[in-house]
Design a protein around this ligand. Structure first.
Ligand code: APR
Length: 163
């Protein structure tokens, strides 16, 4: 079942939350900053041990001070007009997060709107890609949630999901 939630991803209680990270995995602004602030110093050390992550890929840590089992860190891409393979890389982010969650027996996962903040990916286009991959994995999860930080973002998902 795919749901839309509007709010702070760090406040949710579920198996996995996804972090929209950067290649070094050592924190940043936006949702990355919020997750690092909430998860605490041990979380940063666990991220350091991962030694980075390729764009479009995903890696996992425990949730530490967050009320989740795991955080899956994925690295989106900086929007460059849509002709540099951005859609494929964003799709890869979502797909790799689902694959890593399944490898760790997680069946509940929450995604932020990856790449649509600092990285500038157009929200409606990103939501289409996200929902398409969510439907691909829907039967393998008990709960899939798109966590939006604004009503505008949430509206993109609600239209696509008819909710
Ligand atoms: N909970 C849920 N969503 C959030 C939160 C939060 N606490 N804070 C921000 N967001 C939303 C943003 O509003 C946006 O819709 O997460 C989405 C992704 O935006 P960013 O966090 O800016 O991520 P992204 O666009 O993927 O850029 C990643 O930004 O923070 C740095 O280190 C990060 O370099 C990386 C880049």
């Amino acid at each position: 079942m795919i749901q839309v939630h509007c709010g702070d991803i760090t406040q949710l209680h579920i198996d996995v939350i996804v972090n929209a990270a950067n290649n070094c995995l050592l924190g940043g602004g936006g949702v990355d900053g919020a997750i690092h602030r909430a998860a605490g110093p041990e979380f940063l050390e666990a991220c350091r041990a991962l030694k980075g992550c390729e764009t479009g890929d995903a890696k996992i840590t425990l949730g530490y001070k967050l009320s989740v089992c795991y955080v899956i860190h994925t690295v989106g891409l900086i929007w460059a007009g849509g002709t540099k393979g951005e859609a494929g890389l964003l799709e890869s982010c979502y797909r790799r997060c689902f694959e890593v969650a399944l490898e760790n027996d997680a069946r509940g996962i929450v995604f932020p709107c990856i790449s649509t903040g600092v990285y500038g990916f157009p929200k409606a286009q990103a939501a289409k890609i996200s929902v398409r991959v969510m439907h691909e994995f829907e039967q393998q999860f008990d709960s899939i949630i798109a966590c939006c930080f604004s009503q505008d973002d949430a509206q993109c998902y609600k239209i696509l999901l008819n909710v």
